[in-house]
Design a protein. Structure first.
Length: 447
């Protein structure tokens, strides 16, 4: 063995040095007895040192070999399962190989544990979803997968693309206060109600959502054949276009701030309309990397953190998709001038001079139709028109709410003789004058 050869080599080398010293002194012309005695003592010390080094080397080798035995014991590996070791491997080589074996076995054991955990979770009839503090989905079992049937890949996506941010936040707050899992009714961004058990995981804000088998099965079996319908090719928009035939898109953006020139888009949500018909199958919903840090004060409003957009595409990468989606359509929104302005700024950064065909603001239309009503927030208007508010302060949620409001307003405007895009613009400007709002650069379609 290598360690035996090393022990013998060290002892022979040191002993040889001692012997050579004695021989050199004895054969020298020096007759000093004291010098000869010193040489003999030195030789004896050298030989003793050699033996001591050999003993220590042997003891060190045994301790390293013992360490290897402990590594194998911790790894749960028996002697019969150890890999074959080369005959010339020393104690250090043996420990290194034992550690490599242990790591490989631990990795394999961990994989087996994950596989067993996956089998157990998939055998549970209830849907199970785990989300991070930022709202990213980190785990979903087979029964929970149908809840996200529209997605090709679920892991790493935002739960708020499916569930209302506020309904989940309320349930988590209740679970935190009660220090136990709670039953809750969560809402999707499509206004559907889902019964669930919500539990906090640890103290960092992670959560586990359990949907009863009936809910998950219902999600898998839900159908809406109207989703196969598609809006026709939009006709050119003119001032005389009837609102009942208006090709439009309800749109909302979430941004880093309120300065259209300097702030950036971080989320875009939109849904197609044609007159009073809203096409839920024709939506746009995406996160956008703003290329800068999102201020905490805005994160507190929309809940979109820097981690959620870190892997999202930049606006330049999605500009064609976004701007083409809205091309030739009338933009509908709540305070739509802001959304138009910030999208124009983003388009200009990409070298595009973009303008929508026209825009209509549901806040101004509502204020024009009901001048005696002064509560003009999106939530207030939705409540007055019996429109459910789901996914508030999420781009798609607000876009869907805005679209439903506009559908209700078309009938209300028709009662008052406002039937065309030109008449709707006139109603808006009347409301702006009454509210003391300056005329913004609002695109107005011309015949």
């Amino acid at each position: 063995m290598r360690w035996i050869r090393a022990d013998i080599g060290v002892a022979v080398l040191v002993g040889a040095v001692g012997l050579l010293t004695v021989v050199a002194v004895m054969r020298s012309a020096v007759d000093s007895v004291s010098l000869r005695i010193f040489a003999i003592a030195l030789a004896g010390a050298a030989i003793a040192s050699g033996l001591a080094l050999a003993y220590l080397s042997r003891r060190w080798s045994l301790r390293v070999e013992q360490l290897r035995g402990w590594v194998n014991l911790v790894a749960g590996e028996s002697e019969s399962l150890r890999r074959e070791i080369a005959p010339d491997a020393d104690a250090v080589d043996r420990v290194q190989l034992a550690i490599i074996d242990m790591l490989g076995m631990r990795i394999d054991q961990q994989g087996a544990i994950y596989r067993r955990l996956g089998d157990v979770l998939n055998a549970i009839p209830d849907g199970v979803v785990v989300v991070t503090p930022e709202g990213l989905i980190s785990l979903v079992n087979a029964a929970g997968r149908p809840l996200f049937s529209s997605r090709d890949g679920v892991i790493g996506t935002s739960i708020y693309e499916t569930l209302s941010r506020h309904s989940l936040a309320d349930a988590l707050a209740l679970a935190r206060d009660s220090e136990r899992p709670v039953s809750a009714v969560l809402h999707t961004v499509w206004s559907d109600a889902l019964h669930a058990t919500v539990a906090r995981i640890g103290t960092d804000g992670s959560a586990l959502l359990r949907f009863p088998a009936t809910e998950a099965a219902a999600a898998a079996l839900e159908h809406d054949l109207s989703l196969h319908d598609r809006p026709g090719q939009p006709a050119s928009v003119t001032a005389a276009t009837l609102l009942a035939e208006l090709p439009a898109v309800a749109l909302d953006t979430e941004t880093t701030g309120l300065d259209p020139s300097n702030d950036r888009v971080i989320s875009i949500g939109a849904v197609r309309l044609h007159g009073a018909r809203l096409y839920r199958s024709q939506t746009l919903n995406m996160l956008v990397n703003p290329g800068r840090s999102i201020p905490n004060r805005t994160i507190a409003i929309h809940g979109i953190s820097n981690a959620m957009v870190s892997d999202a595409p930049s606006f330049d990468q999605v500009s064609d998709r976004v701007l083409d989606y809205a091309g030739g359509l009338v933009l509908i929104g709540h305070h739509i001038d802001f959304d138009v302005a910030i999208l124009r700024s983003e388009a200009q950064r990409c070298g595009r001079d973009w303008r929508p065909a026209a825009s209509l603001d549901v806040m101004l239309l509502y204020a024009g139709l009901f001048p005696d009503r002064h509560a003009l927030r999106l939530d207030d208007i939705a409540a007055a028109l019996d429109v459910p508010v789901i996914g508030r302060h999420s781009a798609l949620g607000d876009a869907l709410t805005t679209g439903e409001i506009f559908v209700r307003l078309i009938d209300a405007m028709s009662v008052q003789g406002v039937d065309t895009l030109e008449a709707a613009h006139a109603l808006q400007h009347k409301a702006m004058r009454r509210l003391g709002i300056g005329t913004a650069a609002r695109p107005v379609a011309t015949p």
